[in-house]
Design a binder for this molecule. Structure first.
Ligand SMILES: [Mg+2]
Length: 307
């Protein structure tokens, strides 16, 4: 229903909106730009989610942000009035740990990132290096001759958002990833992160740097890749054909929906607007078709009047 047509639900007959609502049992919602903006909840969304839950929908929250654990995201959502359990939160750091665990990874992970990643690795019993500053105090030659305090059992390099990213970390990633058996995993590839009044480098910029200095391509866990929710599909928790993905960013959220066979809803409270979709609808590039959602709402809270 409405597949890839980007119809505005507010302009649809109520009867059809009800049919659309009946076509899914599970909702996976992005966080930033859909339910909250930074530390502020978007008005009316918590109430809308409660009503959807009352209608019997299973609700998951899904974010590419690797700096928080599931527990921390749960606390943030809970404090904003969302009635959701921690196991219904999908984050790129949790999914990274789940990815390694599912492959029975037994070695140690070199982490470029934050405690959001290492806490999730620890929770599933995977060994890892510690996060934080790693800076060169003397000359490069002395640093290299000192043996770089090189770990011997590294089997994967995981890269996410890291405010302490440094030349030393680039050297270590280069050394470890020169072994073709060492996995190179990116939590996500969002390149830029908007904060109040400016845009700062996001994890994807760090991933690109590591790609450049190692000449390796990463396995990307975050949206729009299926890996972020593949364990839920594999264990039968969600049925793709009966799942709705809600997002504000077409390149990550809507393409994830396309890649997993989910229905898709774009909301206009974040990155992309209807005007962007109109440009892709006129394009002949097949990649642009994946960006077009099934349905659109200016705000997720607009759904409340329709349900
Ligand atoms: Mg978003």
């Amino acid at each position: 229903m409405y597949q890839g047509s980007c119809v505005n639900l507010l302009e649809q007959p109520l009867e059809q909106v009800r049919q659309w609502l009946d076509s899914f049992d599970t909702i996976i919602s992005d966080c930033d730009g859909v339910i909250w903006l930074g530390d502020n909840v978007i008005e009316g969304v918590a109430e809308t989610m409660r009503q959807l839950k009352r209608l019997g929908k299973q609700i998951y929250l899904c974010t590419n942000n690797s700096t928080r654990t599931r527990q921390q995201l749960y606390e943030k959502a809970h404090n904003m009035g969302f009635d959701i359990s921690a196991d219904r939160i999908i984050s790129s750091s949790y999914a990274t740990a789940a990815y390694l665990k599912a492959r029975n990874f037994q070695r140690k992970v070199y982490v470029i990132g934050t405690a959001g990643i290492t806490d999730e690795l620890k929770a599933v019993g995977i060994k890892h290096t510690e996060v934080g500053p790693d800076v060169m105090s003397g000359r490069l030659t002395a640093y290299i001759q000192s043996g770089l305090r090189r770990e011997t059992d590294i089997g994967a390099v995981v890269v996410g958002f890291d405010v302490h990213f440094s030349f030393c970390k680039m050297i270590k990633a280069s050394v470890y990833l020169s072994d073709p058996k060492c996995l190179f995993i990116a939590t996500n590839t969002d390149e830029r992160f908007p904060i109040t009044g400016m845009v700062i480098p996001d994890a994807g910029s760090i991933v690109r740097t590591v790609q450049t200095c190692t000449a390796r391509e990463p396995i990307v866990i975050g949206k729009p890749n299926r890996s972020i929710c593949e364990w839920l599909i594999k264990n039968g928790s969600i049925k793709p054909a009966r799942t709705l993905m809600i997002g504000d960013c077409c390149g990550s959220d809507i393409v994830l929906g396309h890649n997993c066979g989910f229905k898709t809803l774009l909301v206009g409270t974040g990155v992309n607007q209807l005007s962007d979709v109109h440009i892709w609808q006129k394009s002949s590039d097949p990649e642009h078709k994946k960006l077009i959602p099934d349905v659109y709402l200016p705000r997720l809270a607009d759904l409340l009047a329709l349900i």
